[in-house]
Write a protein that binds this ligand. Structure first.
Ligand code: GCW
Length: 720
């Protein structure tokens, strides 16, 4: 009787579960938590083409946690999209097998996969006579392949005749969290830090695993946990234990943990009276610290370091240089296989040199001197994640040093979380730039993936935009920037428009009438922001400290390069920063053909004109307008572009769920209001210096300059 009851319970149980799941799905709002990993049911007709090819998932009986995750993801995705998941089996049958193959062993005979070509993290997805295989040399590779396979279905691509081979462009694909131990986030616009340090290691928020899963879906294989403006406490035993608990969660997803290392930690938590990198006691301290970390976190990735920049301690405090500092840490990590990511974002208020030149000046002479396990991490442009910058001249200029790209996913200078600004094209623009380091075609992408100058260690980092907000990124469209970052870190040659399309399909719907206008809007959004904030190569005009809104009139801050006036140099005569040989000669940091173009105002692309040139207000632009008129027109156009985005969005009501639709509509309204503010305040200010009339038909700012100057937002987010 007992047996019977148990049987019955087993029969009823799934029914109850399904019922509960349906209930909770209905009750659960579309709050964006699911990101691009949504698997809504396909229409019957659509599902049919996939169903026949997916009769069973074939996996080895003995499998790792990672392989289990791949199976679970497929089950989740397929049951969502097709109504039910195919059974998992260890034996293939005649047709409809989806093999997950970690390592050569179980490959069907006709698979024809060249496993050697896949490397440690790559994967192949190939159709075979009786189904399809997802093959990789590592379990993480299989997991990546599973996500790719699901993406094909999510975007309604065919799964017949598959012949996909994917290998990552770079070794280290990492999110840099600028999260503080008190859970504030520097430049964070999506709530608090997701790391609940206080409750770690004992409480593991389920969100950690969800985050790791999202990272794995993009092939991101690292996270540095804390702010580069680092707190030495992160390296104390208590915090190492906390980080170790996170590392355990992340490991099955193929994601390694890295930590930011405060250079003065030996003094602050080690009791030493110096942090001089050549001092034997300091070196011994770091070695012991590395040993201690690896004892707790055997797959620890290494250190990320910001040194001698913006007040952070560093080797220069002891008369040493970046090589001395980086190599000391590299020595400590090397026995464990760890790496150092040493940031090149350095500038100093004591240095009168053009800020755009300082990193190159400090680092290029050090080429070839860094240890093998050091990556020098370089921001995409020479100043600081501005709406538009030329590529950083260090790319290509250090042939014997692995240079890693640093992008900013969080939109510190691009309207925070409320402005819809898709960064895929921004990242792609930097990667596609031609450095000419080894002749034409020497793109930044080729420097970064190591193919141009044959460097062994490679990486791409992105300053993350994830926090405790339900939608992770502060807005639905900011998820696209995290997504695009991941896809471009995996493939530095990928097409940002295709990425936008995939994202829109996966995140919202495959409805063509939705996808087309949305992708178009995303692709234009960054130009809109450039226009209403910093057109024609202007830069760093944001309000002080928090960088929220315009502040082009700010000229009196202690450090010269904190002032917008330092960057735009506008006066009665003209505007722009002369970086040609008659000025700071920053152009000379580029290879000859690039330097020649940038040194010549007539050949410099107009979108970088005032970055490199100081020009009279009468300077004639390609439009035939004067520079002054063009500037005003660009600001005005930026607002019009946002208005168009709003209209586009308004036309899409009903294509997606109301909840996400509404929030996006509201945020676009904020964006329009703020674009208008940017435009009006900027024009009011620049007119006060140029003394020129507005071009005909252009509406004047509704308020005087004093009004805009008086606007203050002491509590704008992200500034701590
Ligand atoms: O963009 C600037 C930010 C700082 C940041 C710095 C950096 C972490 O305004 O908040 O500090 O860059 O990249 O180190």
């Amino acid at each position: 009787m007992f047996r019977n009851q148990a049987l019955k319970a087993w029969r009823v149980f799934p029914v109850i579960i399904v019922f509960l799941l349906q209930l909770s799905a209905a009750a659960r709002a579309e709050d964006g938590y699911d990101l691009w990993l949504r698997y809504p049911a396909m229409e019957r007709g659509e599902a049919r083409q996939y169903q026949s090819a997916l009769k069973r998932i074939v996996v080895p009986e003995e499998r790792s946690e990672t392989l289990d995750l791949a199976v679970a993801e497929l089950e989740r995705g397929l049951s969502g999209m097709l109504g039910s998941a195919p059974p998992v089996a260890s034996e293939a049958k005649r047709g409809g097998n989806l093999w997950l193959v970690p390592g050569e062993g179980a490959l069907p005979k006709d698979a024809g996969v060249d496993m050697d070509a896949l490397g440690p993290e790559g994967y192949a997805i190939r159709s075979v006579e009786s189904g399809a295989v997802i093959a990789a040399n590592s379990d993480a590779g299989v997991l990546y392949g599973a996500f790719h396979f699901l993406r094909l279905m999510q975007t309604r691509e065919s799964i017949d005749d598959l012949d996909i081979v994917e290998t990552p462009s770079v070794d280290v694909r990492i999110i840099n969290h600028w999260d503080n131990l008190d859970r504030t986030v520097e430049r964070g616009y999506s709530g608090a830090s997701i790391w609940d340090w206080h409750k770690l290691p004992d409480y593991l928020d389920p969100r950690y695993a969800d985050y790791a899963r999202a990272l794995a879906s993009l092939g991101i294989n690292g996270v540095s946990l804390t702010n580069v403006n680092a707190d030495a406490m992160a390296l104390t035993p208590a915090y190492i234990e906390k980080a170790a608990a996170l590392a355990e969660v992340f490991k099955p997803y193929g994601v390694k943990i890295y930590q930011t290392a405060r250079f003065s930690a030996p003094m602050e938590i080690g009791g030493l009276d110096t942090a001089d990198p050549l001092d034997p006691a300091v070196r011994a301290w770091w070695k012991a610290k590395a040993d201690e970390i690896y004892e707790a976190i055997p797959d620890f990735g290494g250190f990320l370091v910001k040194a001698n920049s913006e007040g952070q301690p560093g080797p220069q405090d002891y008369g040493r240089n970046h090589v001395d500092g980086a190599n000391m840490l590299a020595d400590a990590l090397a026995p464990h296989g760890g790496i150092v990511m040493w940031r090149a974002f350095v500038y100093s208020d004591l240095n009168p040199e053009d800020r755009a030149k300082q990193a190159y000046t400090q680092f290029v002479p050090l080429d070839g001197k860094f240890a093998d396990n050091v990556l020098v991490q370089v921001k995409n442009g020479p100043i600081d994640f501005q709406p538009r910058e030329p590529f950083h001249p260090m790319f290509g200029a250090m042939p014997q040093t692995p240079l890693m790209m640093e992008f900013q996913i969080t939109k510190e200078y691009l309207g925070f979380a409320t402005h819809l600004v898709y960064l895929g094209g921004y990242f792609e623009e930097a990667l596609d730039a031609d450095t000419y380091a080894e002749g034409e075609g020497s793109t930044v992408a080729k420097v970064v993936d190591g193919s141009l100058q044959d460097v062994a260690l490679t990486g791409v980092a992105g300053v993350g935009n994830v926090g405790t907000d339900r939608n992770w990124s502060g807005s639905h469209f900011d998820q696209a920037n995290w997504y695009a970052f991941g896809r471009l870190a995996w493939d530095v040659y990928a097409d940002s428009e295709k990425i936008a399309e995939d994202w829109a399909r996966m995140t919202f719907t495959n409805d063509e009438d939705f996808v087309r206008p949305v992708v178009e809007m995303m692709m234009e959004s960054r130009e809109a922001a450039v226009n209403y904030m910093t057109p024609l190569g202007l830069t760093h005009l944001m309000a002080t400290g928090h960088h929220y809104g315009p502040g082009p009139w700010v000229c009196d801050l202690g450090r010269p390069e904190w002032n917008p006036c330092y960057y735009h140099r506008a006066d009665e005569e003209g505007i722009g920063f002369d970086r040609t040989p008659t000025g700071s000669n920053a152009v000379a940091q580029y290879e000859a053909p690039v330097a020649d173009i940038y040194a010549d105002a007539d050949r410099t692309p107009e979108n970088l004109l005032l970055w490199f040139h100081r020009l009279p207000w009468d300077y004639e632009m390609t439009s035939g307008r004067s520079l002054w008129d063009e500037l005003v027109m660009r600001y005005t156009k930026g607002v019009a572009q946002v208005r168009e985005m709003r209209e586009t969005w308004a036309g899409l009501e009903g294509h997606i769920d109301e909840e996400r639709y509404d929030q996006i509509a509201d945020f676009l309204a904020i964006q329009e209001k703020e674009a208008q503010w940017w435009r009006d305040a900027s024009i009011a200010y620049f007119q006060s210096v140029s003394g020129r009339p507005l071009p005909e038909g252009v509406s004047p700012p509704p308020h005087d300059l004093e009004y805009y100057k008086a606007i203050s937002h002491p509590y704008a987010p992200g500034h701590h």
